[in-house]
Structure formats: C-alpha cells, structure tokens
Write a protein that binds this ligand. Sequence first.
Ligand SMILES: Cc1cc2nc3c(=O)[nH]c(=O)nc-3n(C[C@H](O)[C@H](O)[C@H](O)COP(=O)(O)O)c2cc1C
Length: 402
Amino acid sequence: MATLRFLTAGESHGPQLTAILTGLPAGLRVGAEAVNADLARRQRGYGRGGRMAIEQDQVTLTAGVRGGQTLGSPLALVIPNRDWENWRESMRIEAFAPGTEPAEVRLPRPGHADLAGMAKFGHRDLRNVLERASARETAARVAVGAVCRGFLEELGIAVGGYVRSLGGVVGPEQPEASPAVWAAARESDVACPDEETSLLMREAIDQAQVAGDTLGGWLVVEARGVPPGLGSCGDWTERLDGQLAQALMSIPAIKAVEIGLGSRVADLPGSRVHDPILPDDADPHWPLSRPSNHAGGLEGGMSNGEPIVAAAAMKPIPTLRHPLPSVDLDTGEAATAHVERSDVCALPAALVVAEAMLCFVLARALREKFGGDSMAEVRANLEAYRQGLNAPWGPPKEGARS
Ligand SMILES: Cc1cc2nc3c(=O)[nH]c(=O)nc-3n(C[C@H](O)[C@H](O)[C@H](O)COP(=O)(O)O)c2cc1C
C-alpha cells in the first residue's frame, strides 16, 4: 500500500538512533552519501554546543536497499551515537548493580520536557525524560528526509530553505523558492543567504554566548515543482497545510508555523491577500498563472501548483548556562535549573530538520495521490496526471458533443 510512514527510536546518549521508513516504491536510488550530506548540514552551524565536534553522524542502511536501489520493503537507517562511549555506564541498557546507579537529574529546566515528562511517566530521574525529548532524535528525521528528498528530486521537485531572522536580526526579503538563495544559505554558517546579515547574526550569537543566554529565530522552507492537487479539501486530516503545520510544529522548539503570508493575512483586506488567476498559455497543460503567491502554494488544503512556502519560529534553546529558577525535587526548595552541555542557537540545524519534514510530507502526499510499486510506475502515473491537467477545460460539456 502506498502509505509512507516512519518511526524513530533512540536516546540522546544511547548506543544509536534507528529509523524505519516504509511505503517507498522499488527502484529509487538511495545511498548513504546523500543522507550523510544532510546529516552533516544538521550538525553545522554557528552557535552549536561541543557535542557537534564529537558526533559527525554517519548513517548505515541495514534493510530495504540492494545494489543502491530500494526493494519496496521497509528501509532501516541506523546512526550510531559516538558520545555513547562516554555514557556507556550511566546509559546502560541492563539493570544497574546496587550502589552503581548514576546521579539523578532532579532540577527541571524551564522550557524543557523535564517537568511534564516526570509527571507523565513517573520517572524520578529526569534523565529518563530528557534523553528522548532531546533534539538528538531529529538526526533520524533528517536521515529519513534525505531519502524522501531523493524521491522528490527524481520527480522534479526541489526543497530548500534559509534563515530569515535570528535573535531579532532580520535579513532582507528574499526571492521566493530560489535555488540561488538556498545555495547561498548553505554557504552560511547561520544559514542566511545575505552575507551582511550573517555577520550580524553571528555577533548576536557571540553576545548571547557571553551572557550565558540563547537565541531563536524564523526559518523558511520551500518546494518547487510540486504538482497541483496534493492533499485534499475532502477531509480535515487530508489537508496538506494541516499536515505540514503539524510536521513542522513537531520539531522540538518550533512554536509557530506560517504558510505563505501567514499571520499577516489577519490584518490585510482580501484584495491584498488572495492571488489572482490569469490566463497564460506558456504551459499547455496548465494554461494560467498566478502573479503572486501569498497562499504559499496551498489553497483549500491542496497544493495549487505554485511553490510551497512555509516559515517556522524557533524559541531560544531552553538549557541556559546561567540557568533560570527552578525547584529541587529532592528538597522542594528553590534552586536553579539543571545545566547540560547545550547549543546557544540551533536555528541553522532546525532548518535542515524542517526541510526534512517538508520532504517527508510532500513524499507522503505524492505516494497517496500517485501510488505505484516501482519508480517507473510512479513516474508514469505522475506524467499521465500532468498531461491530463487540461482535461477540465479541454473537452466540451456533456451534451454539447457533436
Ligand atoms: C536542532 C535542534 C537542536 C536543539 N538543541 C538543543 C540544545 O542543545 N539544548 C536544549 O536545551 N534544547 C535544544 N533544542 C530544543 C529542545 O529540544 C526543546 O526546546 C525541548 O525538547 C522542549 O520542547 P519544546 O520546545 O518543543 O517544548 C534543540 C532543538 C533543535 C530543533
């Protein structure tokens, strides 16, 4: 069945991360190299903590691929945690021998999963919560996203993005869904396509670092070449805008998602929000154009043939070197929060995760619409759909046939 799904497992300082991705057709070219390239992008970035120097993620594909191509069976992707060596004892899988239990984390960090996770799972040691809540899990998502990116690319769809603002430093407006902008962002260690703004963003991170503080910002993810009609207006769960918002919001520390004009629509009249539809015979199969894309490529819960444009706001990292007030769970007394090695700003990394989530959501929508058990079948189904797009305005109305 053409339902694309994935699961991840793994703790931040456990032996490895594991992802299982099911629902890809056979015959898709997949290799560790492309996955590793995205994993490396997730690890780079100005403002990351010391762990990035240790990790250098490398994926191993252990199922679903033979001779560099998918078999149509579930894919398994494994990313070892190199830091595990330093945590073997305190993160051991087997029971702790009496008297060898590691020190417990008992100072919940504001803005983290610590307190709510303790209440939910009944853990005394907050490490049992924070190990999975850690954004280390997003490395597995990036691996899955890289495979989905390969699937999209084979169908003529490109995904990219950039950082729009960081810690209040806002870059200039960028042209929409531009591969040149995406490429410039990849060259910047703050993922900002504008050099001058990149400098200011780095300065902001330096200042936060000195102050023991952290920063967030806005990232933008985009897709070009998406056919109209992905998703559906037929059922709330099938709306592509809703699915994309959920996928982006599921990234740790993402607190707002916007599509197209986003929250600006609330303050503008309709005449300045909605994108006109104009006749244009440049493409015989889609003889119209849209002079603007305020909708971000999504109308009625479906892709409308324009680039998909979404933005997400990341909050500042919640682990602070100068920690906020908290409560010592052992004594009930006022204390300061637990401090763990941590990033000052992880926005460039979050961008790579957001691209991965966009890749997955689009790949899933394509699998749902075009089915197919082999890449050849998927390509043929998509091509037949593109060729038939003019059908609604092509043939004469029923009864008018001669
Ligand atoms: C790529 C990435 C890296 C992150 N790195 C850290 C970090 O080093 N330290 C930290 O406290 N939070 C980090 N976070 C954020 C936390 O994981 C997140 O705030 C926490 O799990 C609570 O979830 P919530 O913010 O969605 O409520 C990172 C998030 C992302 C996306």
